[in-house]
Design a protein around this ligand. Structure first.
Ligand code: ADP
Ligand code: MG
Length: 556
């Protein structure tokens, strides 16, 4: 029995000074045949965060699940992490929430071997090693947990989970070829249990697609699946208050990620580059060309080189839009509930009352078509209040008692009667590239790397706290930490070198983020989930000490 060694060592250490736990590092301890555990980050004292262990499982039955596609490895890791985290135990295993993301806590290889990273609080309340308790936990409870909840999982259950996630991933990849930006399956459950509980609501009205937008997609495991396909272009969602508009939009925002089977949004997907845009007054902006939206600013500030430590609602939303385009988004998701109304529209009466010469804002309603036609950027907007969007919509969806209907024809009739409103903007200009300066992206504080997250509200990065509350596609704290580590990696790896544009930096980063997590977290023991490039960029854009150089405006 291999594991007697760790047990005997811990029992021998019983009563020794706490720091001697350190002597366990530097070698793998056999726990069971084909299973070893390595103490990678011992805690310095009993009050420090739990020590970190790496458990390697060499001999598993998982290769039978066909782990060649990366999505199947990610899905299996997500399944096993959830299984291992479910029972009460002394071990802290980060399983994440409803999204199935690649996380540092669990990795699976093509051959089925697995790597589990967990936290364990080394016991020793009186600063003396409690060797017997540690031995019982690490040499008995842990091998039992692995045997029952990792190696011993029901393979057919695991296969069903993996297949379901592969279907969602396939569906997302199938969108562009069909001219779609999103798909909402018939029967999907969109509302959540509550504002703080991301599990599906009970008793919800299941989604049913309007016939005009119904498409059928053949998925590798589930076969033919019907639902609403949202084509490229401008899609406007209207409806009365409390009828489910924002819930639909939020589901689309979440559709960039795969969800656990049974989530209700299992087959609700959007193109992976969809970005939720919102107003965020008070945010920091660094040298963004918002000239598309803003033609003048008081005090002679240049909107084409706009920096502020305290943006307004409209300028923050303008900056967020340009930043999303710069990072490569081709789908903007906007909800009137969280948008700046003066950036969204200026109606006929307001145009009559306030001359265009005294209004520096070009409203989004006059730019949204050019975004699609000239830049290939689609938009899905919730607008219950502003009928002027009927003029620019390719399609209009009505949410009525949580039921979705296509009312484009009726909207065309209404829009045919002129309101007297005049169009206030021309073409959406080319997006100007920025080159971030590596010296301004510094993760060190007092000589040490400091990267951590406070929920999804704050990224602690070096000496600065980045407010990411408005970046609502961040899924959990592990992903916020991941964005910080990705930024630090971009600098350390020389991607972010003061010469490459932000988009080029993100391209290089994307390639690294697709590989093993350990390759870009650079030794961090933190529980991490892989972020998208869009959230990485969003965090960088909110860093108050960011410095950038700007490239000349490309020819429009
Ligand atoms: P709107 O944006 O149109 O005002 P919301 O999307 O905020 O409406 O939804 C209003 C309420 O209805 C929320 O409490 C939401 O959870 C609930 N809801 C949304 N969709 C459904 C549904 N399909 N079935 C049941 N309740 C729903
Ligand atoms: Mg709403």
């Amino acid at each position: 029995m291999g594991h007697v060694e760790l047990r005997e060592t811990l029992e021998r250490l019983d009563g020794a000074p706490y720091p001697r736990y350190r002597s366990l590092t530097g070698r793998p301890w056999p726990l069971a045949p084909g299973v070893t555990a390595t103490l990678t980050h011992p805690q310095a004292d009993p009050f420090a965060p739990p020590s970190r262990w790496e458990v390697r499982l060499a001999d598993t039955p998982f290769a039978a699940l066909d782990l060649r596609p990366a999505v199947r490895r990610r899905a299996l890791a997500g399944f096993l992490a959830r299984s291992a985290a479910a029972p009460r135990s002394a071990f802290r295993i980060d399983a994440g929430g409803q999204e199935v993301l690649q996380r540092s806590s669990f990795g699976v290889s093509v051959d089925g071997s697995a790597l589990l990273r967990l936290g364990y609080h080394l016991p020793g309340p009186r600063r003396r090693i409690e060797g017997r308790t540690a031995a019982a936990d690490l040499a008995r409870e842990l091998p039992d947990l692995l045997a029952d909840h990792v190696l011993g999982v029901d393979l057919e259950q695991a296969r069903a989970f993996v297949d379901a996630v592969e279907d969602a991933d396939h569906l997302r990849r199938a969108l562009p070829g069909r001219g779609l930006v999103a798909f909402v399956a018939d029967g999907a459950v969109l509302p959540r249990a509550s504002g703080v509980d991301d599990r599906p609501a009970r008793g919800a009205v299941p989604f049913a697609s309007p016939e005009s937008l119904r498409v059928s997609v053949d998925l590798p495991h589930r076969g033919a699946t019907t639902g609403m396909g949202i084509p490229t272009g401008v899609t406007v969602i209207v409806g009365g208050g409390f009828h489910g508009k924002s819930t639909l939009l939020r589901a689309l925002e979440g559709g960039v990620h795969d969800h656990v089977p049974g989530d209700g949004r299992d087959l609700v997907v959007t193109t992976g580059d969809a970005v939720a845009i919102r107003a965020e007054d008070g945010r920091h902006v660094t040298r963004v060309d918002v000239g598309a939206f803003v033609t003048g600013l008081p005090g002679g500030l240049d909107p084409r080189d706009f920096s502020t430590a305290d943006a307004s609602g409209s300028t923050s939303q303008a900056a967020a839009t340009l930043e999303a385009l710069e990072a490569g988004s081709r789908l903007l998701l906007i909800d009137e509930d969280t948008a700046a109304s003066n950036l969204m529209v200026r109606d006929a009466r307001m145009q009559e009352l306030v001359a265009k010469t005294s209004e520096p804002l070009n409203p989004f309603v006059d730019l949204v078509r050019s975004l699609g036609e000239d830049h290939g950027v689609s938009t899905v907007l919730v607008v219950g209040a502003s009928g002027d969007y009927l003029d620019v919509a390719d399609r209009v969806l009505l949410m009525d008692s949580y039921r979705c209907t296509d009312i484009t024809a009726r909207a065309r009739e209404v829009a045919a009667r002129p309101t007297g409103r005049v169009v206030e903007a021309g073409r959406f200009p080319p997006v100007r590239a920025r080159v971030p300066e590596p010296g301004s992206v510094d993760a060190t504080a007092k000589g040490r790397r400091r990267i951590s997250a406070v929920g999804t509200d704050t990224l602690r990065f070096g000496e600065h706290d980045v407010d990411v509350r408005a970046v609502r596609q961040f899924t959990d704290a592990g992903q916020v930490t991941g964005a910080g580590l990705a930024l630090d990696h971009a600098v350390a790896a020389g991607h972010l070198d003061g010469r490459r544009t932000l988009a080029q930096v993100l391209d290089l980063l994307d390639a690294d983020l697709a590989g093993p997590v350990a390759d870009w977290v650079d030794g961090s023991p933190a529980d991490v989930a892989v972020p998208r490039r869009h959230e990485v960029a969003a965090a960088l854009n909110r860093l108050r000490v960011l410095r950038v150089r700007r490239l000349p405006q490309p020819d429009g």
